[in-house]
Design a protein around this ligand. Structure first.
Ligand SMILES: Cc1cc2nc3c(=O)[nH]c(=O)nc-3n(C[C@H](O)[C@H](O)[C@H](O)COP(=O)(O)OP(=O)(O)OC[C@H]3O[C@@H](n4cnc5c(N)ncnc54)[C@H](O)[C@@H]3O)c2cc1C
Length: 451
């Protein structure tokens, strides 16, 4: 990994800094609408909105390193966002650039760059959240139109959006076990999903805001009752919706510049601890507070190096896949565990050696010990009458190193405590019972409950 920047990259960094000095002076009210409107125009003129997008569609055609530098400098100065159409810029635009027809690119990309209106995202459904590919929103083709019937939930800003990027099922089995439109049963639930771009004012769409605990509403339920969508609004091929979605979301996972924002917050936290008093002296001199700040610092450094690893892959033109998402989180977890160990060693050598004697060298249990410990905790804390734990790390390539030799377990459990509980409530009890192990020893659980 090369940590140095080329002279051209350094020159670009200076250009961004000069722009910020001029347009975001200290004390500017960056939240004022007039300031934001002017800011948006200026960054758009620089082509820094959609900076990574190809020049042909109106983007900046920037290199990966230029994007990183721009985002880093913006985050350091707490600059307002680059563009106002959040979901359009984050995943709708990249998906249209990759899978859209020339007409779709022409129709949507300039408006997304100019922030003319908002997009919302219709993926989650009442029975399809984490397991998104099980979605059931039904869609049948009738001539040049699709007819959509079903429901979405947790749709952020649906109330203010003009368009929705929608995942529907055009093939595969629906909730009655039927294939919509008589399509052939596909080999996997990831097939038979199609992506549509739908105007929110289409007849048959009803938006019902969900009130949160503070009385406000950011999410909504969205109902589709015989909603007719022209076939030309399909993004990608019929049945290609899963690929369209996964590759668009992958764009979101690859950035490391957010680390700069976290670093800045950490500096603010240190400053606060320097100014605050605890037990008659500066809070920053308190051992407990120092340890917590050190822990944050280690985590942020872990994220930075992990982000650099992903960046190196990007620069080499290697596919990021899902590594920069969940897998890097697992790697970060192990990294933090290791750096904590190192700090313990430096700060409290006796304590470190006492712990080291009680545990394997990396501070992590062996897989066999973990399986046994999970079983005994579930019997002890939940009175489980039957519990089987199987290590499935081999099915999830890449976890082995990340969580220190394993970490993905399938748990099948029966307990009288589950009587009358929903699956999610029972799963929550399992997580609580394993609480002490969830930090390092378990990367992920697949839980099946019985009676
Ligand atoms: C701030 C915010 C904004 C969002 N905006 C949008 C949006 O604009 N559009 C949209 O489509 N969605 C949106 N979502 C929804 C989100 O992306 C997820 O789909 C949703 O939160 C997860 O689904 P669920 O709530 O049904 O939970 P579930 O899938 O029911 O999961 C509940 C719990 O059970 C666990 N769990 C689930 N299955 C298993 C299993 N097999 N084994 C062990 N544990 C399991 C989960 O980890 C979780 O802790 C948003 C969510 C949030 C928090």
């Amino acid at each position: 990994m090369d940590f140095h920047f080329t002279p051209e990259e350094e020159a670009f960094r200076s250009e961004v800094r000069a722009f910020l000095d001029e347009n975001l002076p200290a004390g500017a009210n960056a939240n004022a609408p007039a300031f934001l409107a002017e800011w948006t125009q200026k960054v758009r003129a620089k082509r820094w909105v959609g900076f990574s997008w190809p020049k042909e569609v109106g983007g900046g055609g920037a290199s990966i390193m230029q994007q990183v530098i721009l985002k880093e400098e913006m985050a350091k100065r707490k600059a307002p966002p680059l563009g106002t159409c959040f979901m359009g810029l984050a995943w709708v635009g990249p998906a249209i650039i990759q899978y859209g027809t020339p007409a779709q690119k022409q129709r949507f990309i300039p408006d997304i760059l100019d922030g003319k209106y908002q997009w919302c995202t219709g993926y989650s459904e009442p029975a399809s959240g984490s397991d998104l590919a099980s979605l059931q929103c039904k869609c049948v083709r009738e001539g040049d139109e699709y007819v959509v019937n079903g429901q979405k939930i947790w749709t952020s800003i649906a109330m203010w959006s003009k368009w929705i990027i929608l995942l529907v099922r055009t093939g595969g089995l629906d909730s009655e076990g039927q294939a919509p439109g008589g399509a052939m049963r596909p080999a996997s639930k990831h097939e038979g999903i199609t992506c549509l771009l739908v105007p929110m004012d289409t007849k048959g769409i009803t938006v019902r805001p969900i009130k949160n605990m503070s009385g406000g509403s950011m999410f909504a339920e969205v109902f589709f009752d015989a909603v007719r969508v022209p076939v030309e609004n399909r993004l990608g091929e019929e049945g290609q919706g899963w690929q369209v979605t996964v590759s668009a979301l992958a764009h979101e996972r690859s950035s490391i510049a957010e680390v700069e924002g976290l670093r800045r917050k950490l500096e603010e936290l240190k400053e606060l601890a320097r100014k605050s008093r605890k037990n008659g002296r500066a809070a920053l001199e308190d051992d407990g507070i120092r340890r917590r700040i050190a822990r944050f610092e280690a985590k942020i450094e872990g994220m930075r190096f992990n982000g650099m690893r992903a960046l190196t892959k990007q620069l080499r033109g290697e596919p990021l896949g899902t590594r920069s998402g969940w897998r890097s989180l697992a790697a970060l977890r192990a990294l933090v565990a290791r750096s904590r160990n190192r700090r313990r060693h430096t700060e409290h050598p006796e304590e470190h050696h006492r712990r080291a004697r009680a545990r394997p060298p990396e501070g992590l249990m062996s897989t066999e010990d973990r399986v046994q410990r999970i079983e005994s905790l579930l019997r002890e804390k939940l009175g489980a009458t039957d519990v089987q734990v199987v290590d499935e790390s081999h099915k999830h390539r890449g976890h082995a190193g990340a969580a220190g030799g394993g970490g993905h377990f399938r748990v099948t459990i029966a307990s009288p405590r589950f009587a009358g509980l929903s699956l999610v409530q029972a799963q929550r009890l399992v997580y609580e019972a394993l609480g002490e192990m969830m930090t390092h020893e378990i990367h992920a659980l697949t839980i099946t409950t019985r009676g």
